[in-house]
Design a protein around this ligand. Structure first.
Ligand SMILES: Nc1ncnc2c1ncn2[C@@H]1O[C@H](COP(=O)(O)OP(=O)(O)OP(=O)(O)O)[C@@H](O)[C@H]1O
Ligand SMILES: [Mg+2]
Length: 346
């Protein structure tokens, strides 16, 4: 049995615009409907400054569509425009009121351990007695919600600000809290920029000593948007010791230079492996890469984090290692980095 466009529009009428009693069809948000046998693609367009709105609509619309008989898959794509006269366009980086220092954790290359470093650094900073927030800025692959074992949905205030989730004494915000597991954000180009800006500007952090931003991998538009939206105290670049990662670390350092954000230093992750059986050190990815690169960039090497099974496991089951086992070699390295950061950015 094939599905008709009328059936699809009918199903979408059950989805209300968040905060309103009107549905998204009567609001005129449907731009196009594409039916390919049982595979449905619906394109919506809306103008909002609130990142909650598209996320909620997307989730609800997709579940409404999946409930139609004969549907194999349902995808809802949302095009977001800024509301006319909306805030935030074209202005430079702004300070977030109430926050002393915003620190970005970046890397040119993916998968080198940015999120692991951001999460453990945030925990270690909190353990020094600071008030700390952590913001996952990766719209395509948010991972902080996983690393902190929470899928709680953030609440919004009456002024339409998003309230961060509290976990292990930290304030957390992640695109992962607003999006479905199964539906990676389907946003492209300028929409991503817009959405990321809105996201950054709309969280109600309260008073913080440090806000750690976990950036998505790369040195493209999104990264540039983030560093230009929020005034940063500095950036930490994560790299692994191999040359391919170091080249990308260099690109990241150049990007921060261009926008006058100081690079606070390098963290070399997966530096070496300590064999649990004989205590011997193995330099799996070679040695000295991080140190050489730090010298080249004339920035400090803030720390060297070994490859560690417990660190990976802790991240996967929702408690960063620095919170789970303060005595582990990895936790002690993060403690050292956090204490030095507190001195350089009091
Ligand atoms: N020092 C380490 N020891 C063992 N496993 C690690 C270490 N650092 C990171 N990992 C693991 O490597 C994987 C990638 O790490 P992570 O997600 O932190 O990288 P990322 O740079 O944030 O990736 P992406 O570029 O996708 O955002 C994760 O499974 C993580 O648990
Ligand atoms: Mg990451």
């Amino acid at each position: 049995m094939s599905v008709s466009e009328a059936q699809i529009r009918d199903a979408l009428k059950s989805v209300k615009y968040p905060g309103f009693t009107r549905d998204i069809v009567s609001f005129g948000l449907i731009k196009s409907v594409n039916i390919d046998n049982g595979d449905i693609k619906v394109q919506l367009a809306l103008s909002t400054n609130d990142p909650n709105v598209p996320a909620t609509i997307k989730n609800e619309a997709e579940s409404a569509l999946r409930a139609i008989e004969g549907i194999r898959s349902a995808k809802v794509l949302i095009d977001i425009h800024a509301p006319p006269g909306g805030a935030g366009t074209g202005i430079g980086a702004t300070r977030i009121p109430g926050i002393k220092h915003v620190i970005a954790v970046a890397s040119g290359k993916g998968g080198v351990g940015k999120s692991t470093v951001a999460a453990n650094l945030a925990v270690a900073l909190e353990q020094t007695g600071a008030r700390v927030g952590l913001c996952d800025c990766d719209i395509y692959g948010p991972s902080i919600s996983l690393m902190f074992g929470t899928r709680e949905r953030p609440m919004a205030t009456e002024e339409n600000k998003i309230v961060p989730i509290e976990q292990y004494g930290l304030r957390l915000m992640s695109m992962g809290f607003l999006l479905d597991d199964a539906s990676p954000a389907i946003l492209r180009g300028p929409m991503v920029t817009r959405y990321t800006q809105q996201f950054l500007q709309q969280v109600e952090w309260g008073e913080l000593d440090y806000l750690v931003l976990d950036l998505p991998p790369g040195t493209g538009d999104i990264q540039l948007t983030i560093v230009q939206t929020v005034a940063l105290s500095g950036a930490i670049i994560v790299t692994t010791p191999q040359e391919v990662a170091l080249i990308d670390a260099r690109k990241a350092a150049t990007m921060f230079d261009k926008v006058n954000v100081p690079v606070l230093g390098l963290v070399e992750n997966m530096s070496y492996f300590l064999s649990p059986s004989d205590g011997k050190r193995y330099d799996i990815f070679g040695s000295g890469g991080g140190e050489r690169e730090a010298k080249r960039l004339r920035v400090p090497l803030l720390g060297q984090i070994p490859i560690d099974i417990a660190t990976r496991e802790a991240g996967d089951h929702g408690v960063p290692i620095a919170g789970e086992d303060r005595q582990s070699p990895v936790s002690r390295e993060f403690k050292k980095i956090a204490e030095n950061l507190r001195k350089s950015l009091p």
